[in-house]
Design a protein around this ligand. Structure first.
Ligand SMILES: Nc1ncnc2c1ncn2[C@@H]1O[C@H](COP(=O)(O)OP(=O)(O)O)[C@@H](O)[C@H]1O
Ligand SMILES: [Mg+2]
Length: 274
């Protein structure tokens, strides 16, 4: 079953087209990443999914309903880009009031809130004011806030931008744990390693969807070249196709290495060829 269906969505800001005929979907239990450079229209697309802006054309269905639907809002957890918890409230109060805003019962907020504090390693920070938290702990607080209503679909716009390496890894671990619990996620990122690590499927977005598939499929599809490193002289050759590869390798005398490009390199090629 699809948790999210985006069909032929167009969105412009004046003359600037941000989303051009975008179609994508998220199935139950999947993590889907929208991967693209800055200005690719990722935030524009997710804002339409959580109902903050409306498409000019096209259709979006979240759990079979329109994004603006009151019922749908209760089934979503959203972490907008560059969002912070409210600095003058404690970690617990941020979580508590978000639960209230989403119309969650008081007893449920308390039980779920405690569980989230434990799962996210925030128990010791319960009474700390959010403004005193590190970037990583602020992000964890936002994740707890987004999860307080036990959402069917979690939407994360650049969940690790601005975090240090350790913070990023911690957020990844939390998201992968959430996935194990069967939660569906739509995330945006301009980090390839993040998409590769977290996503079941990737949509390359640059205003329009350039391609989509599993990280492995994307690599196979676009990576039709090899890198041959000749250790006798330190030269690196970029070789297209297997026939060519054989020729190059047969011509080498000393030690050498053949490498497949990383998804990072594949991505740069795809974006460049646009
Ligand atoms: N409110 C707005 N008014 C005008 N232009 C906007 C607005 N929001 C975004 N844009 C433009 O739309 C394009 C896509 O932006 P955005 O969706 O934020 O991309 P991304 O999240 O991939 O970086 C960019 O060129 C951006 O400058
Ligand atoms: Mg953005």
């Amino acid at each position: 079953m699809s948790v999210l269906e985006v069909r032929n969505v167009w969105k412009s800001y004046g003359k600037l087209i941000a989303n051009e005929d975008v179609s994508m979907d998220v199935k139950e239990g999947e993590i889907v990443a929208l991967l693209g450079p800055n200005g690719a229209g990722k935030t524009t697309l997710v804002k339409q999914v959580y109902g903050e802006i409306t498409p000019d054309r096209g259709e979006i269905r979240v759990l079979g309903k329109k994004p603006g639907d009151r019922h749908v809002k209760k089934l979503l957890g959203v972490i907008p880009q560059e969002c912070e918890p409210y600095g003058d409230l404690s970690v617990w109060d941020n979580i508590y009031y978000m639960g209230k805003l989403k119309g969650v019962e008081k007893d449920s907020i308390k039980a779920k809130g405690e569980e989230l504090l434990r799962e996210l390693g925030l128990t010791g920070k319960r009474d700390t004011l959010a403004r005193e938290l590190s970037g990583g702990l602020k992000r964890k607080t936002l994740i707890a806030m987004a999860l307080i209503n036990d959402p069917k679909l979690l939407i994360l716009d650049e969940p690790t931008t601005g975090l240090d390496a350790e913070g990023r890894r911690e957020v990844w671990k939390i998201l992968l744990d959430m996935k194990k619990q069967g939660r569906s996620m739509l995330l945006t990122t301009h980090y390839l390693d993040e998409a590769e690590r977290l996503a079941d499927r990737i949509f390359f977005l640059n205003k329009r969807v350039i391609d989509q598939g599993t990280p492995a499929q994307m690599k196979e599809k676009f990576a039709d070249w090899y890198e041959v490193i000749d250790y006798t002289n330190g030269k690196v050759y970029k070789v297209k196709g297997e026939e060519e590869l054989k020729k190059v390798v047969l011509g080498l005398r000393g030690k050498f290495e053949v490498r497949m490009p990383s998804l990072e390199e594949v991505y740069l090629e795809v974006i460049k060829s646009e």
